[in-house]
Design a protein around this ligand. Structure first.
Ligand SMILES: C[S@@+](CC[C@H](N)C(=O)[O-])C[C@H]1O[C@@H](n2cnc3c(N)ncnc32)[C@H](O)[C@@H]1O
Length: 207
């Protein structure tokens, strides 16, 4: 049975727009590999910081998030910035999404995998790879277990894994172009003040 409430809903409910507009560093880096904009799947798009960045640069992005609050926030972000997205913003659990074959040039998977169980990742990971065109990229990050999730973080169940977990995500079709781990400091007021997460960032390429 699917969880009715997304892990970040308490944080989305507390803000008009939760995530600041700075796009993910792997998303920015991914774009330097493409001469022209293409099709992107943004898995767990949240309130659309990466989708907005890409759409503004001519990409057509399918943004999927199971949180209605996140998708409403993404729509607000586009509206407040006077941009009509060419792609779709869809409220859906990513495990129920029908991945088109050989379709996307880029997949953004930012902060999603630490929200998913092992079974959920197994269920979607290879479908997601199959939905990428050859030469396509995956801009990826997840919170790892080098630091604990603060008890008062406002999120429901998360699954923090080792910084080396990304190696398990590689198969014969994928190579890692870049991987590194570091810390970020965030605050999600009024729920939680300044705190740190340890993050693993990765840029994968489909051969
Ligand atoms: C850490 S936030 C990151 C949001 C966005 N990717 C960003 O970088 O700003 C994780 C997002 O994943 C979404 N999410 C978690 N589990 C999901 C699932 N099973 N299907 C779709 N979205 C999910 C949450 O609702 C949340 O918006």
């Amino acid at each position: 049975m699917k969880k009715a409430i997304a892990q970040y809903d308490k944080l989305y409910a507390a803000k008009n727009i939760l995530w600041n507009p700075t796009p993910g560093r792997m998303v920015v880096e991914a774009l330097s590999h493409f001469k022209t904009p293409g099709l992107c799947l943004d898995m767990g798009c949240g309130d659309g910081k990466n989708m907005f960045f890409l759409e503004k640069r001519g990409w057509v992005v399918e943004g999927i998030d199971k949180s209605i609050l996140a998708i409403e926030g993404a729509k607000r972000r586009f509206k407040e910035n006077n941009l009509i997205p060419r792609g779709n913003l869809i409220v859906k659990d990513i495990t129920d999404y029908e991945y088109p074959l050989d379709h996307f040039n880029l997949v953004v998977c930012y902060g999603l995998y630490h929200c998913l169980t092992k079974n959920e990742i197994n269920h979607i990971h290879y479908k997601m790879i199959a939905s990428l065109k050859s030469g396509g990229l995956i801009a990826f990050c997840m919170i790892n277990n080098n630091l604990r999730m603060p008890a008062n973080h406002g999120t429901t169940k998360t699954f923090l894994r080792s910084e080396n977990y990304v190696i398990e995500l590689v198969n014969e079709q994928l190579e890692i172009l870049k991987v590194f781990t570091g810390e970020i400091e965030e605050e999600h007021l009024p729920v939680i003040g300044k705190h740190k997460h340890s993050i693993t960032w990765c840029l994968f390429k489909k051969k």
